[in-house]
Design a protein around this ligand. Structure first.
Ligand code: GCB
Length: 593
C-alpha cells in the first residue's frame, strides 16, 4: 500500500479518486430497450464548464458541498447556476472557437422535477451517446460510469431520485488514450460531450426489458426479457400481437425469459418493399402491466459460398461509406440530416450504407428500416488498439453488445462489423475472434464481418480472422496510396476467397472544384479516374458481393493539413457542405444503375 502522509489532502494531491466512480459501471447488461416507450426529454439548456483538471470528480463537486475535518463548510470553487448555458445534445467543439480543439473533461449540470405516476415506478436516465467516459451523478450520489462514445447506456435512478427537485451532474471525459476504443490515433475528428439525446424513462416495477424478434426460415422467433424489481416470485402473463399477420399469442415466462416460434409467411422486407409490421408485447405481472410497441421488418440475410442472399435472392450491395461528421453539428445529427444522407445514396442508385467507424445515431437504423436501406454497422476496433489489454477487450465487447442490443430488431442492419484495418497478429486474432463469437451469441440472424487489409507481399486476400467471419471486408486504395493500379486485378485474380468479399473502402482525395489531369493529385479528375478504373475491375471479378467507396461526404480530420485538405479528409464524393457533388459521384451513379 502506498504511504498516505498525515497532511494528505484529497482533491489537491493526486489520489486514486477515480476508483470510487468506476465501482458502478453502466454496461450492456443493464440496457433497457426503450423503442416505442414514452420518454421525457432532458435535451435543452444545460450549464457547462470545460473542467480541464477533472476537478469536479477530484473534489467531488457532485456532493454539492464540502466539509473540513471538523465538519465546517469549505468555500466552493463552483456555483452551478453561474456556469455558461449550452444546448444539449451538441458536440462541444463546435459551440465556440475556444472549445474547437478541447479534448478534456466537460462538466454538465441541470435540474429537473419528478413525481412518480404509479406505485413502485422505476425511473431510468438514458443517454444515447456521450464521448467518451461519462460519470453521472444525481443529488449528490453516483449513478454510474460508462465507457464508449457511441453506444447507449442507462442508469436506474429510482433509489436516488427526489420527489420534486433534482440536480443532475455529468462529467464527460473526451480524452484519447491508447487503451480506449478507438485509441488515440484515428482518421476522424474526436468530438466530445453529450452529443446525442438524453431522456428520463418511467417503467413499472415489473417491465419488459428487451425483445428480439426476427424471421427464422419460415417462423417468427421472439425472445423477450422481463425485469422484476419487486421481491418475490414473478407471476407473469405475456402476449405478443402482430395484427398484420393475425398473430396474437401468449408466451410463457420462465425465470424472466419468454421464447416463442410462430410459423408465419410475412411479406418480406427488402429495399424494394420495406414492409414493417406493428409488434406489441403486453405484460401483466404481479398486478402491474407494461406494453411496448415496435415496427419490425422480416427478412433473411445469408452468405453461401462467395455470395450474399437477401430473402433467398442473390444481391450485390450497392453502397457507400459515411461518417457522422457534420460541418456545423459535428457528431450530433438530426432526422433531417439522416434522411438527406439516404436521399443522396438513392440518387447514386445505391441501397446500402457502411456506417463507419462507430455506431451511428439510433435513428439511423429506424429510418433505414422505413426507407429500405441496408446497413453495415461497426464498432471502433480501429487500427492498432490495445489488443493485449483485458480492459480494452471488455470495453470492445461491451460496445459491441450495446450496439447489437440496440439494433437487432432493425431489418435494415445486415452486417455487424467487428473492426477496421487491424494487423494480423496473434493478440488481434484472439481479441477479434472472441468478438465474432459474441456477435453470433447475441444475434445469430445477421452476418459478421470486418474491414481487413490485403497481404501486400503476397498481393492476396489472406487474414487469419477470415475463418471467423461470414463476409470478408477489404479496404484497398490502388490508384491512391498505392499508385500501381495493375495490382488490383492481379490481387483479385491471385486471391481465391471461400467467402463473399465486399470492398468496403477504395477511393482518393479531391478538393471540390480543383481541376487538372487524371494524374494530378487532389483533383476531381484524378478521383474520377480512380473510380472509373476501380469499377471497371470490379465488374470482372466474380466474387465481389458489394462495394462501399470511401466516402459519401468529406469529413473533418486533424491529421490532414495540406492546402487541399485544410483539416478535412477530401475523399468524399460530395463536399463537406453535403451539397456539392464531385464528378466521381456520377461514376458511381452510372455503375449502380
Ligand atoms: C482507411 C481508413 C479510413 C480512412 C481512409 C483514408 O483505410 O479505414 O478510416 O479515413 O483509409 O482516407 O485514408
Amino acid at each position: 500500500m502506498k504511504e498516505k502522509p498525515e497532511n494528505f489532502t484529497p482533491g489537491i494531491h493526486n489520489s486514486d479518486y477515480e476508483n470510487e466512480y468506476l465501482q458502478s459501471r453502466l454496461t450492456a447488461s443493464q440496457l433497457v430497450n426503450i423503442t416505442g416507450r414514452r420518454t421525457e426529454s432532458l435535451n435543452g439548456k444545460w450549464r457547462f464548464a470545460a473542467d480541464l483538471y477533472d476537478t469536479c470528480r477530484r473534489q467531488g463537486w457532485f456532493r454539492q458541498g464540502r466539509l473540513n475535518a471538523e465538519g465546517r463548510e469549505l468555500p466552493l470553487d463552483f456555483d452551478w447556476e453561474s456556469l455558461e448555458q449550452i444546448t444539449v445534445p451538441s458536440s462541444w467543439n463546435l459551440l465556440k472557437p475556444e472549445l474547437y480543439y478541447f479534448e478534456g473533461f466537460g462538466v454538465y449540470t441541470r435540474t429537473f422535477r419528478y413525481f412518480a405516476q404509479e406505485e413502485g415506478e422505476r425511473l431510468l436516465l438514458r443517454f444515447e451517446g456521450a464521448a467518451y467516459r461519462t460519470t453521472v451523478f444525481l443529488n449528490g450520489k453516483i449513478a454510474g460510469t460508462h465507457d464508449g462514445a457511441s453506444t447507449p447506456f442507462n442508469a436506474d435512478i429510482t433509489d436516488i431520485v427526489n420527489r420534486g427537485d433534482n440536480r443532475i451532474v455529468v462529467s464527460v471525459d473526451a480524452r484519447r488514450s491508447p487503451l480506449r476504443l478507438p485509441m488515440e490515433n484515428t482518421d476522424w475528428f474526436n468530438y466530445g460531450g453529450i452529443y446525442r439525446d438524453i431522456y428520463l424513462v418511467r417503467l413499472p416495477p415489473v417491465y419488459i426489458k428487451d425483445w428480439f424478434v426476427r424471421l427464422d426460415s419460415s417462423a417468427i422467433s421472439a425472445d423477450v426479457y422481463i425485469e422484476n424489481t419487486k421481491d418475490g416470485q414473478l407471476n407473469a402473463n405475456l402476449r405478443m400481437e402482430i395484427p398484420g399477420l393475425n398473430i396474437c399469442n401468449d408466451i410463457p415466462v420462465i425465470n424472466g425469459k419468454a421464447k416463442i416460434k410462430i410459423p408465419a409467411s410475412p411479406q418480406l422486407w427488402s429495399p424494394e418493399n420495406p414492409k414493417l409490421y406493428d409488434v406489441t408485447f403486453t405484460l401483466d405481472a404481479n398486478a402491474h402491466s407494461d406494453t411496448v410497441n415496435d415496427r419490425i421488418g422480416f427478412r433473411i440475410i445469408e452468405a453461401k459460398g462467395q455470395e450474399i442472399f437477401l430473402n433467398g435472392k442473390k444481391i450485390f450491395l450497392k453502397g457507400v461509406c459515411v461518417h457522422e461528421d457534420h460541418i456545423t453539428l459535428g457528431k450530433t445529427t438530426t432526422e433531417k440530416i439522416i434522411r438527406k444522407t439516404i436521399r443522396d445514396l438513392k440518387e447514386m442508385n445505391g441501397m446500402y450504407l457502411r456506417l463507419a467507424h462507430y455506431p451511428h445515431d439510433p435513428r439511423f437504423a429506424r429510418i433505414a428500416d422505413e426507407e429500405g436501406v441496408l446497413l453495415w454497422e461497426e464498432i471502433p476496433v480501429y487500427w492498432a488498439i490495445a489488443f493485449d489489454n483485458p480492459d480494452t477487450y471488455n470495453d470492445a465487447e461491451n460496445q459491441l453488445a450495446e450496439l447489437i442490443l440496440r439494433d437487432r430488431n432493425r431489418a435494415s442492419v445486415i452486417i455487424w462489423s467487428i473492426g477496421n484495418e487491424n494487423a494480423d497478429t496473434d493478440s488481434r486474432l484472439s481479441f477479434m475472434s472472441r468478438l465474432a463469437e459474441k456477435a453470433k451469441a447475441l444475434d445469430e440472424s445477421r452476418l459478421v464481418s470486418a474491414a481487413c487489409l490485403i497481404k501486400h507481399e503476397k498481393l492476396k486476400i489472406e487474414d487469419r480472422l477470415i475463418d471467423h467471419l461470414d463476409v470478408i471486408g477489404i479496404n484497398e486504395y490502388y490508384g491512391w496510396y498505392d499508385p500501381d493500379f495493375d495490382k488490383l486485378p492481379k490481387m483479385l485474380e491471385i486471391s481465391n476467397p471461400e467467402k463473399p468479399v465486399v470492398i468496403c473502402e477504395f477511393g482518393g482525395d479531391a478538393r471540390l472544384g480543383h481541376r487538372g489531369t487524371a494524374e494530378e493529385l487532389w483533383t476531381e479528375d484524378k478521383q474520377k479516374h480512380i473510380y472509373e478504373k476501380q469499377v471497371e475491375t470490379f465488374k470482372k471479378c466474380p466474387y465481389i458481393a458489394g462495394i462501399t467507396p470511401w466516402i459519401l461526404y468529406d469529413f473533418r480530420c486533424p491529421r490532414r493539413f495540406n492546402r487541399y485538405q485544410e483539416g478535412f479528409n477530401r475523399k468524399g464524393l460530395i463536399d463537406a457542405d453535403r451539397k456539392s457533388k464531385k464528378p466521381a459521384f456520377y461514376v458511381m451513379q452510372e455503375f449502380y444503375s
